[in-house]
Design a protein around this ligand. Sequence first.
Ligand SMILES: CCC/C=C/C(=O)SCCNC(=O)CCNC(=O)[C@H](O)C(C)(C)COP(=O)([O-])OP(=O)([O-])OC[C@H]1O[C@@H](n2cnc3c(N)ncnc32)[C@H](O)[C@@H]1OP(=O)([O-])[O-]
Length: 727
Amino acid sequence: MALYSREDDVAIIAVNNPPMNALSHHVRKDLIKFLKVAEADENVTAIVLCGDGRTFPVGADIKEFHKSVSALGPTIIDIVHALEKSSKPTVAAIHGSALGGGLELALGCHYRIAMSTSKVGLPEVKLGILPGAGGTQRLPRVIGLDNAMKWIAYGHHHPAGVGASLGLIDRIVAKGGDIRRSAILFARSMVGKGLGQRRLSNVSVPDASKVEELMAKHLKEVGLRTRGALAPVVCLQVIKSSALLSYKDGLESERQGMMTLLASSESKAQIYSFFSERQVSKWNAPGIANHATAKPMQVRSIAVVGLGTMGRGIAISSLKAGKKTYVVELNSKALAAGVKYIRGYIETMKKRAQISEEQAAAMQSAIIPVSSYNGIANVDLVIEAVFENMKIKKEIFGKLDKVCKPSTILASNTSTLDIDEIASATKRPEKVAGMHFFAPAHIMLLLENIYGRKSSAETIATIMDIGKQMKKITVLVGNCVGFVGNRMYGYYTTESVFILEEAAYPEQVDKVLTDYGFAMGRFQVGDLSGNDIGYKIRTGLGITHKQQPAGTPERKRGVLRYCPLGDFLVEKGRLGLKVGKGWYKYEGSRTPIPDPEVRKIIDEYRTRHHIVPRDISSEEVLQRMLYPLINEGFKILEEGIAANPWDIDMIYQYGYAWPRHTGGPMYYAFTIGLPQVLKVIEEHWKAAGASEPHWQPSTMLTWLVENHGNPDISQWMPLMQKHKSKT
Ligand SMILES: CCC/C=C/C(=O)SCCNC(=O)CCNC(=O)[C@H](O)C(C)(C)COP(=O)([O-])OP(=O)([O-])OC[C@H]1O[C@@H](n2cnc3c(N)ncnc32)[C@H](O)[C@@H]1OP(=O)([O-])[O-]
């Protein structure tokens, strides 16, 4: 709802719809009603629009999207026009954030004042839509086309100070000031001044003459940064109309753009992503604990064991979260190198104004270098980040168990290894868990937390809470080889080399993936992370080409199909970007260049095995790359390793750069339709048989299709649970 009050001659309309003052239908009804009251009251000379509680409205109510209620009048644009039309000065008093429809309301007001700490922006593009309440037409009239294109096509939130420098905010109220009082005084001071040029629909776009040039520039940038996404392109086209058409016709173009986007699968996927991102914090470890009941332990200090790339990033994340951080390396040279890197990184963040001087100083003084395990006996949480080797990890956990106080939680940053086996090296398995960070750990937003068979409710709640404090998208999953992310990814890489064998070169496979929306294809990613990583894992499993006894068929490992092309590459020193050659060659930059030598390796291999390369369609490449992931995702849900499909999707969006506008592997499957996905998987399974088990259809997928066709993704788990409880 909204509340109406008076302060002498100024009417105050305050949106009161916790937690974020979204502009739900009932709020919109109140706003129009109170604007009429204020307009009709002779004793009112000015109107202040504000938000109660945490914030100014942060936009339309996203829960109403794709439901009929979102279109029920009054709409946000009706309120925008009522605010603008008012004969009395209308002032938006912004605290917290004014986003989306919230900022559009503020653009309807004649004046805007904001707390210095507040944020403003039109982030609709991140929901696959556009600012459909006049924002595409009104913002360029205030901040110019160039800025408006940037703001709307990328959807970033901007500090109010930046808004003020562009003329969007008329006055800034310093931290600690009273925004409502300032707005009342400001509104009163504007009474009697002309409103004509304050009504944005009367104003023209300042840099309209540069429209074609700006369009070309922004279309190019958007194409590079948000590959394959429709919304940024439609946003730009609609903003363009603000420079070429009348306000009224521009609004019509905005309406049409909005209709197109609302009907797209992209906006549904983005809205699903918005809620999924928040849903993952409501974690559940079936039979052990869930977010509502389990209480985290207070963690004041964290020790990071191992200062390689991962350990350094984890230590920086810990310092950013304000923890006293013990950094541990037994070798003094490695310790010094790690500490130097961390200290240097903090200074760089300070120089780039990513953190304040005080924060930097606090982080520097919170680093405690340690060269023996005894030095971390009293920490609350240890995160081990040493080499991916079970024997070494068990030795370290055994030692940590002996020296650390009984309440210390011991976590491993393993990306694949069995957490229960690691826990078995201690006498406190209830205090052991996995915290799988993604490289670089201080930048990547994903944290995949793993609970073991014996992890306690408190341990799980604590690692989830630490993820939140580190500002990570933290997803809880169960224990299995590779957990969720890497277990699924394994089949993606497996299938990619099978495609090389049969039909394509790396650049052809990668192009299909980047056209789909990935920033990089699988082979470029391999080069970037180092092809030797996978090689070491395969060596650990004893399956590389060199480890086989004489006479082993090159393309078989037992009954399983195998492709050694990745092994050949590493054995020829093609480790990836770091050495300037891998699946591609690199000539002094990070740009991958298709390499005739790689083609030669593939061609010779094909000739040796009498493989005649065939034509392969982009559709087949995409299906073969993505459907094994999806199939494995269903197996993971079936086994209870992930509690919900959106947990998997968030892991893929934030850990593996899955394009957000398609939602993630599980949501993408829903968009394609589960029957169609199953049909393709079954065809491959029929053709490949037991030698390619990743094509064996998941029982859950098969059951859902046979019994429910393509049920809504929110129903997959409830339907399965109902089915299981009956059987
Ligand atoms: C039609 C005309 C065109 C206009 C289009 C628009 O305006 S499109 C909109 C353009 N605007 C945006 O895209 C802004 C969307 N919002 C945000 O980006 C962030 O909420 C934030 C940055 C404002 C605050 O971050 P924070 O980390 O402090 O808080 P938090 O994120 O955890 O949220 C707390 C709770 O509020 C919920 N909720 C939040 N917003 C909305 C909403 N609009 N609606 C409904 N619910 C919303 C959120 O789900 C969560 O619920 P839960 O899980 O507790 O049940």
